[in-house]
Each structure stands twice: as C-alpha cells, then as structure tokens.
Design a protein around this ligand. Sequence first.
Ligand code: FO1
Length: 317
Amino acid sequence: MIVCLSGGVGGAKLVRGLSAVLDPEALVVAINTGDDFTHLGLEIWPDFDTTLYTLAGLANAQQGWGRENETWRVMEELRARDGEAWFSLGDKDIALHLLRAQLRHEGCTATEIAAVLRQRFGVAAQITPATDQAVRTIVHTPEGALGFQQYFVGRRAEPEVRGLTFAGAEAARVAPTVLEALRDPALEAIILAPSNPFLSIEPILAVAEMRSALGASHAPIVAVTPIIGGAAVKGPTAKIMRELGMEISAAAVCRHYGDLIDGFVLDEVDAAEQLSIEAQGVTCARAQTLMLSEKDKIELAANVLAFARTCLKRPPS
Ligand code: FO1
C-alpha cells in the first residue's frame, strides 16, 4: 500500500505514473482541498478534478486544468447574462460539477462523491479528498485576506503573499480512506508529491490529526522536489517562496518539511544540494523529476517507489 499526498499539476503527473506501476487497490491519493470553493452554486474541486482528468486521459495538459477538446457555450451565455465569468467552466467540465452537485444533494460525503466519480470516469486509483470537511486556503495579502481562487485566478496570483491560513483545518478530520491506508499494516511508504509545499501539501498537513496519523505510521515519508534548478516547474511556488522569505531551492523545501520527512528526491540538476539535504538528517536520492512524457512519469514513479522502499524512518528526534 502506498499513500500519496498531492495537489496541482505536478502532483497529478506523479500520481499518473504511480497508477501505472501500482495495483489500484495499493494506491491511495489524499488530494488537497484548499483550492476548493463554491462557484455559481457548484462545488469546484480543482486539484481532485485535475487528477481525475489526468488519470482518465482527459486533462488539458497544456492548460494544467480542465479538459481537452472543451467548448464554452455555457460561459458565453453566462457572460451575456451578466453572470460571473471570471472563473471559466467548460461545458464538459460543468457536467462533472452537476454530477457532484446531484450526489451532494443526495447526501453523499466527499469521500462517497469521489468514489462515484472515479467509477464514472473509469479511474481505478483511489484518489480522494484528504478530508470530508471543508478546508479552504486563505491567502493573506496587502489587499487583505483572499480566497484561494480569488487570489490565483481573480488576481492572477499577483498580490504579495504575506501568509497562508487554512480555514476549517482544526475541525477537519482525515478522510476515512486515507486514515485506513495510513493504518494499513501493508503500508510501505508515504509520498509527498512534487506539488507546491504551501498551496498543495500544507493544507493537507493542516487537517487535524493528519500529522499525527503520518507520524504514527511505521512507513517512511518521502518528498519529491517541486523545485528544479532553483525554479518551480509550474505555478506560483517560487514567487510565494520568495514572498515568504524563503530560498528558492530544493534544500529549502526539504528544510520546510523539517522532521516530517525521512527521504527526499532531488532532481539530477541539483546534485550539488545533496550534501546539504543529507546534513538535515534526510536520506537523499536523485532522479529526473521533470515529467514531460508518460515515460517520464512512470520512470519517476518507479524510482521514487524503489527509493521509498529502501528508505528508513528517521529515529524519533
Ligand atoms: N485557472 C485559471 O487560471 N483560470 C480559470 O478560469 C480556471 C478555471 C478552472 C475551472 C475548474 C478547475 O478545476 C480549475 C480551474 N482553474 C482555472 C485552475 C485552478 O484555479 C487551479 O487548478 C488550482 O486551483 C491551482 O492548482
């Protein structure tokens, strides 16, 4: 059994690789809910939907969200009727949101909704929201506190990030499927995907008892670097790290995770940072972490698993 904490496009790519090398029942993916919000009365789950589409082979890879071959007739009409048009929902994407709305209307939990959507989209890997309760990333900027999508899409991630908080995290519980996997005696490793540590991984770790559930497990925790050659592969990770006063480096991400992790996968181009990572008491492996092709995703997943299975848990500090 492997548990992977993931969010965003980088995470979805590794999850696709993991789903190619692991049996579906041996992979549970706890997905970030911090980006989720209600829009036009519909529940939007960006990180879950991006991962679902990626695994179903329907993702608009170049855009990083939504579906390929999309049409926008609903948005055109919405705009014509002065509806909210700042957040684009494609016609086929809306079908997914309507399915989710119907399931929620029937009283399903987020975990139950995710299970139905996996089945409707033919996705076997157990991707599921990290929690069934609402946990929302709030971005604190000089303009005040912004909801995540307001910041990321509404303001194009321009405002300076002074801090991030995760509304609802204290009252939230680890989702049942995730908790069960973390307690599974067959659990081999826990992987932190190459996602934005602040926007994708932190909102998952903030869920009450998530850190204690991770710590209680005997399995090693291995993080895959989201920073390659001092730059983020995609999205505002580097800008946010800079605004939070952090060095834009793999070693800085490793330091950020602190004693939560036992192992770290560095990109080959950052080999010079290996010693400073090992000096943190973290076992370090190197791999090609840039995933441009399906082959890259599968190879990275295989390398990460091979490393994680040899990685020892650090002695309790
Ligand atoms: N990102 C944008 O930059 N503009 C959009 O209009 C937009 C719409 C959208 C609709 C559904 C969805 O699942 C994601 C969407 N995203 C959009 C991406 C989204 O803001 C990001 O995927 C994350 O929340 C950050 O990874």
